[in-house]
Design a protein around this ligand. Structure first.
Ligand code: 13P
Ligand code: SF4
Length: 358
């Protein structure tokens, strides 16, 4: 990693703060009955389900079959903005619910579990981040979508994994020096791609950080016909073996567009549901993690994404529980960096959104 502008404090989440990954085990009868109940509640509440690609296939299927949406984090917010529903049920992690609320303050935003968060968000507390920014008053502040509303409120720009390189390149051409937060691996990747002058906050994603470069290289040798797809939250030692580095939407598009029949995938395994829909005749292999050894508590599956379940969704909708609230002052300030990204992408005619046509 390039350390020129790397401050000493490490904000990565210690493994003992990572919750166990618990998945919902339902019989077919229970699943069908829950889906029927939720479908009725969605109509009653004029609500729609907006789910991330990493959530359980049951939730993604439910969203698809009830007029909802499955996509990446920013596109989930865009869909919520365009939907006529008055309640958005966001299945994902808390920053996604907050972003939906920031862009749709007049709508009610519910989540199956408000404890579902993200190691990047936890590792970037707003007060510490603000103090960090104060040390570099001559730098523009660029934050990744995976941050709290309060951190976005302190930023000049928000970016997603699919737009980060273009936004940073744009700022660099304007002679801007930058603060980047919170993902140090994505920051390092963007810095390598652009050569921009960036001070990196030292946070990480506990899922992508566990992919292993040497083991990936060995797996690639066993499958020389496979293309390697890597999400840029992964370490540089993993990214160096990639045939394509991209956001969740980009890697799903790649399996449709690339001629290869086999893919090694370094991102959360929840994505295989959409990949299999997108390319049913192709083979997908999980990139290696530390397995049961070392610190891996999240091997290729985000424990916070796994907190979303049909049962909790039904409960939240039935009783109006788990509503996301963001203060109006924060909404107004946090909307600025988000809107900057939306305007930039429109001007550049850039495709930053996902799609739901897998
Ligand atoms: P995307 O915005 O690409 O969906 O990524 C969100 C995320 O949490 C990746 O780990
Ligand atoms: Fe956060 Fe990583 Fe989970 Fe994505 S996969 S929500 S970046 S902890």
């Amino acid at each position: 990693m390039n350390n020129i502008h790397t401050p000493a404090v490490d904000y990565r989440l210690p493994p003992d703060r990572v919750p166990e990954t618990i998945t919902e085990n339902l019989t077919d009868v229970e699943r069908t009955s829950l889906i029927d109940r939720i479908s009725g509640l969605l109509k009653r509440e004029n609500a729609v389900v907006v789910a991330h690609y990493y959530t359980d296939p049951d939730l993604q299927r439910l969203a698809d079959e009830t007029g909802g949406y499955v996509s990446d984090s920013l596109d989930m917010a865009r869909f919520g903005n365009e939907s006529e529903a008055s309640t958005l049920v966001v299945c994902g992690v808390r920053f996604m619910g907050e972003t939906a609320k920031i862009l749709n303050p007049e709508k009610r935003v519910l989540m199956p579990d408000l404890e579902a968060t993200c190691s990047l968000d936890i590792g970037c507390p707003a007060d510490q981040f603000s103090a960090f920014c104060d040390q570099y008053p001559d730098r523009r502040v660029v934050v990744y979508a995976n941050t709290s509303a309060a951190v976005k409120a302190r930023a000049d720009w928000m970016v997603t994994s699919g737009s980060a390189v273009d936004v940073v390149r744009h700022l660099q051409t304007q002679g801007e020096k930058l603060i980047w937060a919170p993902d140090m691996y994505l920051g390092d990747y963007v810095k390598t791609q652009t050569g921009a002058d960036m001070v990196l906050w030292q946070g990480s994603c506990i899922v992508h950080e566990e992919f292993k470069g040497a083991e990936l290289q060995a797996l690639k040798q066993q499958h020389p016909d496979a293309m390697v797809l890597v999400h840029p939250e992964s370490p540089a030692s993993v990214i160096q073996h990639a045939d394509l580095v991209g956001s969740t939407t980009a890697v799903i598009n790649a399996v449709k567009e690339m001629a290869a029949k086999k893919f090694i995938v370094a991102t959360d395994r929840g994505i295989f549901y959409k990949m299999r829909q997108a390319a049913p005749d192709k083979e997908f292999i999980e990139a290696p993690t530390a397995g049961k050894s070392a610190t891996c508590k999240s091997c290729a599956h985000c424990p916070w994404m796994a907190m979303n379940s049909l049962d909790k969704l039904a409960h939240a909708l039935e009783h109006g529980k788990n509503e996301i609230h963001v203060g109006m002052d924060i909404i107004e300030r946090a909307r600025v960096p988000i809107k900057r990204l939306l305007d930039f992408s429109r001007q550049e005619n850039q495709e930053i959104y996902g799609n739901n046509d897998a």
